[in-house]
Ligand binder design. Sequence first.
Ligand SMILES: Nc1ncnc2c1ncn2[C@@H]1O[C@H](COP(=O)(O)OP(=O)(O)O)[C@@H](O)[C@H]1O
Ligand code: SF4
Ligand SMILES: [Mg+2]
Length: 327
Amino acid sequence: MTALLELRNLKTHFKRDKIDIPAVDGVDLTINKGETVALVGESGSGKSITSLSIMRLIPSPPGKIVDGAILFNGNDLVNLTEDDMCKIRGNDISMIFQEPMTSLNPVLTVGEQIIEVLMYHQKLSRAASINKAVEMLEMVGFSRAKALINEYPHRLSGGMRQRVMIAIAMSCNPKLLIADEPTTALDVTIQAQILDLMKELSVKYDTSILIITHDLGVVSEVADKVVVMYCGQVVEEALVDDLFDEPLHPYTIGLMGSIPSLEGETDRLQSIEGTVPPPEHFPIGCRFAPRCPHAFDRCRAEAPKLVEVAGRRKVRCFLHSDKEATV
Ligand SMILES: Nc1ncnc2c1ncn2[C@@H]1O[C@H](COP(=O)(O)OP(=O)(O)O)[C@@H](O)[C@H]1O
Ligand code: SF4
Ligand SMILES: [Mg+2]
């Protein structure tokens, strides 16, 4: 498999009152061509800052990529000029967000917003852009695409708006689509439809997807690989089947316990006790130790490294790295 995107030891920090805030603190992550990777973790883990770093959209100051590489087709995006980065955004890498209403312009019709992107990025004529816009809206499942062109976003439901965002994001045939909590604001049935659509498009157009979510339940159907993030670091990485068969990291096991059952019996929901500490207060030693049911003395003194286990997955936990080291 060929790597499309490779994050190597990515560190994105913020400065507040001269304090260094290590929001993303040494992330390694690979997305192969055509692969769907899920980046999972509770709110505050550093998922969005990771994705905004890839897009080079970190507000600076106070934020800065302070170390590491973001290799896209082998080129390091960290060193690109803003002009070069502009060409990559929207052409090679597209992004969709949780709440499409904030990304869609309320005073422009749906058609205008897609046409604008096509004329700017693909340099299509207006007439060609209109045809292509209709085609894109049909592709994301709208049967009356021609009429929809003249509608304003507020007339659409949340699920329809997210479909429009996907149509816009896919209109330049990107190699990578980053979707940051794309279904969090939607109800469960619509969530499933949007995820199915993304999967279908990824297979059809050989687009790689980085799907970001705090809900592990969302990823089992769509992702090939899952990367679990906690306190600015990757704590586990595995193929989706391996992860669901046997989660290794105590944090992943905790996240699994928080997946609501299909029947929606929320009373069986077990959340992990405590909350994600803010980056300025990351514990020394294992960052999960204060919340981990298996923590022992070493965990509070020494930071575990991300190590490969079973030849095809990675985990950052002494319970597994020690076992591996003694094999
Ligand atoms: N503009 C900012 N200034 C300072 N700290 C920030 C800023 N944006 C994010 N952070 C820090 O980065 C952490 C990770 O944020 P984020 O990537 O948005 O988490 P997630 O998407 O996983 O919920 C936050 O908890 C916050 O402490
Ligand atoms: S290293 Fe220790 S504290 Fe950290 S996850 Fe593993 S057992 Fe828990
Ligand atoms: Mg986020």
